[in-house]
Ligand binder design. Sequence first.
Ligand code: PEP
Length: 261
Amino acid sequence: MSRERTPLMAGNWKMNLNHLEGVAHVQRMAFALKGEDYDACEVVVLTPFTDLRSIQVLVEADKLRIGYGSQDISRHAQGAYTGEVSGAMLAKLGCSYAVVGHSERRQYHGETNVVINAKAKAALANGITPIICYGEALEIREAGDQVLFSLGQVAECLEGFTPEEASSVVLAYEPIWAIGTGLTASPTDAQEVCGATRGWLAEHFGSDVADQIRILYGGSMKASNVASLMAQPDIDGGLVGGASLDPDEFVAMARYRLAAG
Ligand code: PEP
């Protein structure tokens, strides 16, 4: 197991918290988190686009060590794409991360692996780390095909990436049946897919690259289950939806090391 990879706890606020609420939320987190917490685990919030400017101002003014980013990014650089937000615009707001391929975007906005691949490249082109989501639906797990299916998604999302590009992404294994349902994958089930993912990355990009890439788990992760998931050798952090909306709970998650003893 390599804990040379810095753990990452990323809160996906989804369509919750306006900019005023978002600022209060980040302030509360910043009040609770100590230097040693940031040293042990990178802490990031992934907010609605409308919150980003306010959070940038807060983070920069108070020199907070909390990172932030968006929940989506346009695959296009600029132009007549009404409603889209480009990588350059997000970079200008100081975003370090952009989620791409969340299952809710796949489901409600028809995003395919090809689109997700282009969005991940657009993020990298602007110095933003894409957090690329993948993971199977319940029927696929029930058929026992979760590893095959998940690796197929990863392969298409990273199609055409150089090893250098691949080393700059974060992957987030999010079994769809676990997202927002209260059903968490067991540590063993989550490790099965995350471990297979690292094996696939080693085969395609080399073991050095595979060792560098952080693989997060997402799906009803909370303070009570984070430590057992983080104890798995190929789980390097969490992409946290519901539980990230409670700043105290999310801070407790970023401090999973204390629960782990
Ligand atoms: C998510 O939105 O990425 C997620 C994992 O949600 P939840 O933690 O609520 O299951």
